[in-house]
Structure formats: C-alpha cells, structure tokens
Design a protein around this ligand. Sequence first.
Ligand SMILES: [Cu+2]
Length: 98
Amino acid sequence: MNARKLSPTLLPLSFLVSAFALAQAPAMTDAEVRTINKDAGKITLKHGEIKNLDMGAMTMVFAVKDAALLDKVKEGDKVQFTAEKIRGQYTVTSIEKK
Ligand SMILES: [Cu+2]
C-alpha cells in the first residue's frame, strides 16, 4: 500500500471525525427511573452500559446538571439519558422519556 497516496485523503478525514466527535454530546443510554429526589437533586437510574463513562449496566444514584431535568420524567419511566463526570460526580446532563 502506498502511504503517500493515502495520507492526503486520510488526514482531512481523521480531522473531520475527531472534530465531529468533540462537538457531539455523549451517546444516549437507556435506563429506567427508580426514584427521584427533587430536594437533593438526585435521580436513581437502572441504566445500561454508559460508553463515555466506561461503566457497565447497574442501578445507581446520579446528580443532575439542572434540577429542571427531574420534572421531565417520573418514577417507573423508561428513559434515555446522557451522563458525564462533573466535579467528581456522575451527573445526568440530559434525559428524556422514551
Ligand atoms: Cu452506573
């Protein structure tokens, strides 16, 4: 294979892919809402694999980035959400009912 022939094609492509990945929010993860604690700003989710956090499926408590997110869902809802580690806390950054 001729590397010189490939590089002009691959370099802009890989730049484009990484720029796209940075601009993208993390992938949505499926979950089920177990409990919501509005006073504490916490939500317990039974969640599937969270790829961007390198976390397997489990039930756990999350903080929420914005308390208003807790008004979008209720206990027992099947949801999709994104989570990030913010100031050392696993934090739901978006959530919506499926
Ligand atoms: Cu977890």
